[in-house]
Design a binder for this molecule. Structure first.
Ligand SMILES: [Mg+2]
Ligand SMILES: [Zn+2]
Length: 224
């Protein structure tokens, strides 16, 4: 059930479709995939066999869903545009990921990923906000009450460009990204250890996420 939408490949999971009025009143969370939900691999996650959940991620996702938070996954997957894996493989990885998450008690409303390369100048590759904006349109998300959880500056920039709050986790590339832009990142977003801590923050101290003083991030860049 892969649906291409405005240049964005989205796997939409419609199982528990909720009314738009009810849905808009619930907090939505966009979660980056690699380095937040699963371990990064230097040679990319090219198959489900290479997909390893980060410790605590499944439990955190279940906790968010049980609390009524709407959970979306947003991911840059340039390995598709570079011809390393076909889109069908990425879709299959996402279906397997969704089914593991559901078995653990979580629910992913949709996965959206950008298949493009940096040179394609698309609007969906983070730091661009296209994935977040596309999901917001398709799923009736109020971005002012939405949160992006990621391990990279580009995730936080996408959040800023979409008008939602950002939380940086220190799993994946997070520690390295923070070390290279400590002032900018720490001033603009909440920084927590991992997805479990991000869930704690959202569920227990929501005001720290949404009322945090925000500093502009667009003038920062971190080269890989
Ligand atoms: Mg990442
Ligand atoms: Zn793109």
């Amino acid at each position: 059930m892969a649906l291409p939408t405005i240049g964005i490949r989205m796997v939409i999971h419609e199982q528990h479709r909720v009314s738009s009025v009810e849905a808009r009143s619930r907090v939505a969370v966009f979660i980056d995939r690699d380095g937040v939900i699963n371990e990064n691999r230097a040679d990319h996650v090219k198959s489900w066999a290479e997909f390893r959940f980060i410790a605590g991620a499944l439990e955190a996702l279940a906790r968010l869903s049980r609390a009524g938070v709407r959970v979306f996954v947003v991911s840059n997957q340039a390995i598709v545009g570079r011809g390393i894996v076909p889109a069908e493989t990425v879709d299959a990885i996402h279906q397997a990921m969704i089914s593991e998450i559901e078995q653990a008690g979580g629910h992913i409303e949709a996965v959206a990923y950008c298949p493009h390369q940096t040179d394609d100048a698309c609007g969906c590759r983070k730091p661009h906000p296209g994935l977040l904006l596309g999901l917001a349109r398709a799923h009736g998300i109020d971005l002012r009450h939405a949160l992006m959880i990621g391990d990279a500056l580009t995730d936080m920039q996408a959040a800023e460009a979409a008008g939602c709050a950002g939380v940086l986790v220190l799993t994946g590339r997070g520690s390295e990204q923070l070390a290279r832009a400590p002032f900018g990142l720490a001033a603009a977003v909440a920084v927590v250890a991992d997805l479990g801590s991000a869930a704690d923050l959202l569920l227990n101290e929501r005001e720290r996420v949404f009322q945090a003083r925000r500093a502009p991030l667009n003038h920062f860049s971190i080269s890989r």
